[in-house]
Design a protein around this ligand. Structure first.
Ligand code: AMO
Length: 426
């Protein structure tokens, strides 16, 4: 049984030996599983064979214990202790090569040990709830979940940050995004889809927010009039999912991580790119029309928006067309700007989204204008030749969202196993 469910009477528990105080006549052993901790008390001269087993056991070994749970008001851990009848060491632990003073990179080398603390487990309990709630919202609102390949014949985002893999006698790539496949679902008449998938970026970035493989949460929907229709969906998904995390884990997150989860109110604040330029120029930056933000400008804009709105999220809309991917639709009345957006949370971009260019001739031209070879893109362009509704969607980085939600200092710690330019282990 789970340790948290132990009540007076006969019990069988399994867990880790967290602590062992070996006194002259007594042993006090603390056993831990994911649900909690309990004390096992041994009177040495009454059960010498069990005392011997514990004496020979190292900390963090795993054990199976059968015994009687009894109330004892002197016991700090829940006022209950187990008097063992049989003890079996199920696995022996060698001493730990890492400790609390180890750096994050040393800890990642021994991730299975690093993750053993309740704080670390909580991060992934939160992720489970967060992801499940995002999926639930989509399912409740008529979205279909599709499962898409991670191997692809052409780079889906343009650009060079794509991993090449040997695919029998030709080249394939790992997807940088399920972009093509989710758009194909619109041409297939699925209307609303979402995808949870690993995505890959061959980018040599060593920042708190970059990984070479991460978890994407992608959404695409048909019959949109602009990016605004997509943004409305995304803000509702996030408000619902963070609300679920707050309900289920808010108190524990506060207790173990010292973080207040703030459930965002709707609508999220919005600022279009032209207004963002104005704000930044007033703050002394000399960003020019048509440019994207650099890092300092991004940080300054985030600070400004949070101060102005008292909200942890905001959308930036209508980026210059030239700085966005080829599949983005330009504004009809002002083609230099696009029907696109990014979503920021605290001080990091967590999403890109847009209405897509669904007219095959215009799409082809946009690809060519960016100097990208259309030959490997032909299947993708063909998706739109047999009737395809206007559509849009977004891609959200789940690991970044989790990192920011729990104020974790780096994405390395918000991922179960991190992959970066110099890390392929464990
Ligand atoms: P974009 O390239 O902005 O857009 O990626 C979408 C989101 O994915 C996350 N992200 C990353 N997370 C960790 N490490 C990285 N190296 C990394 N790169 C990106 C971010 C980002 O906002 N196809 C479009 C989405 C769309 O338009 O639907 C796309 O991939 O949170």
């Amino acid at each position: 049984m789970k340790i948290s469910e132990v009540k007076p009477g006969k019990v069988e528990i399994q867990g880790w030996i967290e602590n062992l105080r070996d006194k002259k006549s007594m042993q006090f052993v603390v056993i831990r599983d994911l649900s909690g901790k309990i004390q096992v008390t041994v009177v040495k001269n009454e059960i010498p064979e069990i005392a011997e087993v514990f004496s020979g056991a190292s900390l963090e070994s795993t054990v199976k214990i059968v015994g009687q749970a009894v109330k004892n008001d002197f016991v700090k851990l829940g006022g209950i202790e187990i008097i063992p009848e049989s003890v079996e060491i199920t696995s022996h632990a060698e001493p730990f090569p890492i400790g609390p003073e180890s750096s994050i990179d040393q800890r990642l080398d021994y991730r299975w040990i690093d993750l053993r603390s309740p704080k670390q487990a909580l991060i992934f309990q939160v992720e489970t709830t967060l992801n499940q709630a995002m999926r639930q919202w989509c399912i409740d609102h008529d979205f279909m979940e599709i499962h898409t390949p991670t191997l692809i014949g052409a780079s889906s985002e343009g650009g060079a940050d794509v991993f090449e893999v040997k695919y029998f006698d030709r080249k394939a790539y790992l997807i940088q995004s399920p972009q093509f496949y989710k758009q194909m679902a619109m041409a297939a008449g699925f209307e609303r889809v979402f995808i949870n998938t690993p995505v890959y970026r061959a980018e040599k970035s060593f920042t708190k927010k970059h990984a070479t493989e991460f978890s994407g949460f992608d959404v695409e929907l048909s019959y949109v009039n602009s990016q605004e229709d997509v943004m409305k969906i995304e803000e509702q998904i996030l408000a619902y999912a963070i609300g679920e995390v707050y309900k289920k884990h808010g108190a524990k997150v506060k207790e173990l991580l010292g973080v207040d989860i703030v459930v965002p109110t709707l609508p999220f604040p919005r600022i279009n790119m032209k207004d963002a330029y104005k704000v930044l120029r007033e703050l002394g930056f000399n960003i020019k029309d048509g440019e994207d933000f650099n890092t300092e400008e991004e940080v300054a804009l985030c600070k400004h928006m949070e101060e102005k709105n008292g909200h942890q999220f905001f959308f930036v809309t209508e980026y210059p067309t030239a700085v966005r991917a080829f599949y983005t639709m330009a504004k009809e009345d002002e083609p230099a700007y696009s029907k696109s957006y990014d979503l920021y949370f605290k001080d990091v971009e967590i999403t890109s989204g847009a209405q897509r260019e669904h007219r095959p001739d215009v799409l082809k031209k946009q690809i060519e204008d960016r100097g990208i070879d259309t030959t490997p893109m032909q299947d993708y362009i063909n998706f739109f030749k047999n009737g395809c509704p206007p559509h849009g969607g977004f891609g959200l980085g789940l690991d970044r969202l989790l990192m920011l939600l729990l104020d974790i200092p780096t994405i390395k710690e918000a991922m179960y196993i991190f992959r970066g330019p110099t890390r392929l282990n464990p």
